[in-house]
Design a binder for this molecule. Sequence first.
Ligand code: NAD
Ligand code: ZN
Ligand code: ZN
Length: 385
Amino acid sequence: MKAAVFHKPGDISVDNVPDPAILDPRDVILKVTATAICGSDLHILSGAVPQKEELIMGHEFMGIVEEVGSEIKNLKKGDRVVVPFPIACGKCFFCTHEASPACENSNFKHYGPNGDMMDQKGGALFGYTDLYGGYSGGQAEYVRVPYADISPRVIPDHLSDEQALFLTDIFPTGWSSIDWADLKGGETVAIFGSGPVGLMAQKAAWLNGAGRVIAIDPLDYRLDKAKAVNKVETLNPHKVDVINAIREMTDGRGADVCIDAVGFEPERNLMDKVKATINFEKGSIKVLEMCFEAVRRMGTVSIMGVYGSPYDNFPLFRIFDKGITIKQGQAPVLNYIDKLISLVSENKVVLDDIITHTIPLTEAEYGYKIFNEKEDDCVKVVLKP
Ligand SMILES: NC(=O)c1ccc[n+]([C@@H]2O[C@H](COP(=O)([O-])OP(=O)(O)OC[C@H]3O[C@@H](n4cnc5c(N)ncnc54)[C@H](O)[C@@H]3O)[C@@H](O)[C@H]2O)c1
Ligand SMILES: [Zn+2]
Ligand SMILES: [Zn+2]
């Protein structure tokens, strides 16, 4: 079959690889019908999230059940499903405590309580490095889905692939960031980063009763997209002092909630890069620092963007003085997916309006290029095997 394969930083190509096979009675094999490239994939492409071996990429995918393992009773050949990106056994301590991204069983080699940079990680993810389980991903014609009695969800027939695909990751991720902030209604939510995750957080903010949603991004075309699909206010850090602007919009207090939907590889200048080298840091926490400044006292910061190393000069003084609540991590997709499928199915939210490019899987290399380099006004690439 054909699949998008990571070879080394900067090198992902579509190759012929062996078809997957059932390895465990709880597996299914899926014929992938749609899959997307995520901002998280770009951290592997850049080499910032390390991967030595070749790996089939992709953790946002859906498809049709092709073959089921002998213990699978909830699915049959021909079912059309979306698959949450964290791989969860459904039976361990964490899986039974609404914490499936911390599954103790799915990441055989690298699971541990420590959260190290190079060893002990949480549960496994599809197509997301050996440290996260080494599972082949879904940017492929077929994919093996382990523990298929737990995660995959059958999608109503009236939804197209494009309408349903983002239930695998970015919509539950955006939703988590807002759910963690526990809105009561009327809050001002400032969302840093208006890529796919930021756009989904904007949708989730409105659905959860926000009074005002502000999108922050240095790319005007992404802010234009945010305005067009989510009717948010926008701020470009190249044009305004974002912290001052947010304070002015909130009677000097700051936003009730700030979301970091950027992570450790934001737009960086030479000084940022020098600082990272001197401090042995990966990327930069500059967006996170802006969240701590822009949020009001006693407010909440949700961190959905990925961070990959310790960071010096972390502003603990400000976090303590302002009494900020911080929540972060891999999105617990399984906690939300059934509710979110209903929202999409009942047309209470539209997800596919962020797609800018739908191209054949065979053109994945091009898809990675325009998404990574922000060319051709690219916001979200869907690949069709
Ligand atoms: N926690 C999770 O479960 C989870 C799930 C999916 C993705 N992620 C992470 O979320 C992050 C965003 O993913 P994405 O797919 O939207 O990626 P993306 O790269 O398309 O979007 C990031 C956006 O941030 C903007 N940006 C760069 N510098 C900025 C700055 N200084 N201020 C404001 N915005 C800035 C970029 O212009 C871009 O639009 C990534 O780190 C990704 O790994 C986490
Ligand atoms: Zn993702
Ligand atoms: Zn588990």
